[in-house]
Design a protein around this ligand. Structure first.
Ligand SMILES: [Zn+2]
Length: 477
């Protein structure tokens, strides 16, 4: 009895030990994310790790990507809403310098408070941040030649001494339409630059009624009259997201993601740090977005417009089918691309379906009629029994729908270069019972094998989406 019990205890301990080793081993391998930069002119992004997999996108030289895993010379990167794979040889590691802001900081062998302490570093120590795992950062400490893990809360972007010497800086906002930034606190001093209403500035000091400011967006320091600087951002400092964008806890991709905000979202700009913009959401939550992903609210050509997008068929109703593709899938994929373009331009987009579900024609019409939309677009791919090719757009009402249909058809042909079958009268229920300006597009024939291969491609769907978008902009302006 005693022997058995001892053996089982040993086995038990061995099993637990093995589990710990494997968990620790996995983490050390690839469980953290890090930033890398593209080092070739054009880099293919593929669906999986190998040149045999489909190309799902391309990256340009110097684009920065977040790497999540590695497999046999391939890197798994965050791409679009999901992941893609690129050949690792075309990526170069991107690092940044951080500074320890704790009195004593433990550097550990793994991203966990239970991991072994390799060394300790003091306030102000410069470290090279190589990657992160949750709230942990993987750092190289040049002064000790050690690589390890530290908690991200204790690493700052700026050296502690520089922040300590300017304790009273604050963010101000320009209230004048155009404000001169001068080389000295006087109206006779040289004008260095001009900044517009809502521009965020870092106020560094005061001299009488003048303020010394740093303008992050221009990387210029100068003097402005304090009457035109407010500590509150005005409504004019609204930014609009051009893409689905990560809202982060700090000004950089190494900071944690609070949420993913959809393209077209309007946010209040409350600050700026280099290329990053500090924003406040309507619910009061604040965070940071990359400056290159936002536009100003004024530059949105479809601001205030509402468009209903109706990807035809769905769920049990597949629609037409060819040898390779089922219509319902192409309809949805094209509609989502179009919707994203419209949102980027400031439009409100309502989908009758945004996933592979069945929605009846009456429900689709009801969504449109309740929406008070400026336009309704039903998206389809075509079929016929003979040999057919090209694109056509249907309208029901000559007075309500035909101008919209004409504008979309013209722009579709310009964008896709497919055969022009023209605009046609069609008594389809989805447009016949529709009270909003409505059109039904047929974006090519699935029953034509040559055309099917083309229209199944992402590039055709992008061109089709762009064509409809251009048609809508022309029609709605
Ligand atoms: Zn259809």
């Amino acid at each position: 009895m005693k022997t058995v019990s001892f053996v089982s205890r040993v086995i038990c301990i061995l099993v637990i030990f093995t589990l710990f080793v494997s968990i620790d081993g996995n983490r050390a391998e690839a469980a953290y994310t890090y930033q890398e930069k593209v080092n070739v002119d054009i880099l293919n992004v593929r669906a999986n790790a190998g040149t045999g997999y489909a190309i799902i996108g391309k990256l340009k030289k110097d684009q920065v990507v977040t790497v999540h895993a590695n497999r046999q010379g391939w890197s798994k990167i965050a791409f679009g809403q999901g992941y893609g794979w690129v050949s690792s040889q075309y990526l170069t590691n991107v690092t940044r310098t951080g500074y320890v802001n704790a009195t004593t900081l433990n550097v550990r062998s793994a991203p966990s408070t239970t991991a072994r302490i390799l060394t300790q570093v003091g306030t102000g120590t410069a470290v090279t941040v190589q990657g992160k795992d949750g709230s942990w950062m993987r750092v190289y400490i040049p002064s000790k030649r050690i690589t390890g893990w530290v908690h991200g809360d204790y690493i700052s972007n700026k050296a502690a001494t520089s922040t300590a010497s300017q304790p009273s800086t604050w963010t101000g906002y320009v209230t004048a339409t155009t404000l001169n930034v001068r080389s000295a606190p006087s109206t006779t001093a040289r004008i260095l630059t001009q900044i517009g209403s809502g521009t965020a500035v870092t106020v560094q000091g005061k001299d009488g009624s003048w303020m010394k400011v740093y303008i992050p967006s221009k990387k210029v320091t100068g003097w402005v009259h304090s009457d035109y600087i407010s500590d509150k951002s005005s409504a004019s400092a609204q930014v609009v997201l051009l893409h689905n964008t990560n809202l982060r806890r700090g000004p950089g991709t190494s900071y944690g993601i609070i949420s993913v905000e959809p393209a077209g979202t309007s946010l209040t700009k409350i600050g700026q740090s280099n290329d990053w913009i500090q924003v406040r959401r309507k619910d009061g939550v604040t965070g940071w977005v990359a400056g290159w992903l936002v536009g100003s609210a004024q530059s949105s050509p479809l601001k205030g417009k509402t468009v209903v997008l109706d990807p035809g068929h769905g769920g049990i109703d597949g629609g037409a089918s060819g040898r390779l593709y089922v219509e319902k899938r192409l309809n949805l994929s094209t509609a989502l691309k179009l919707g994203s373009l419209l949102q980027q331009a400031g439009a409100k987009v309502i989908y009758t379906r945004s996933s592979d579900i069945y929605v009846s024609l009456n429900q689709r019409v009801a969504i449109s009629n309740q929406s008070n939309a400026d336009a309704f677009i039903s998206i389809h791919y075509n079929s016929c029994t003979g040999v057919c090719s090209g694109i056509e757009t249907f309208y029901y009402s000559m007075s309500k729908d035909s101008v919209l249909a004409r504008s979309i058809q013209n722009n579709l042909i310009k964008s896709t270069q497919l055969r022009d079958r023209g605009t046609k009268y069609g008594a389809y229920r989805i447009i016949r019972n529709n009270q909003r300006p409505a059109a039904l597009v047929e974006l090519g024939f699935l029953t034509n094998p040559t055309e099917e291969r083309l229209i199944g491609s992402i590039s055709h769907q992008k061109k089709a989406a762009q064509g409809i978008y251009n048609g809508l902009v022309e029609y709605l302006k």
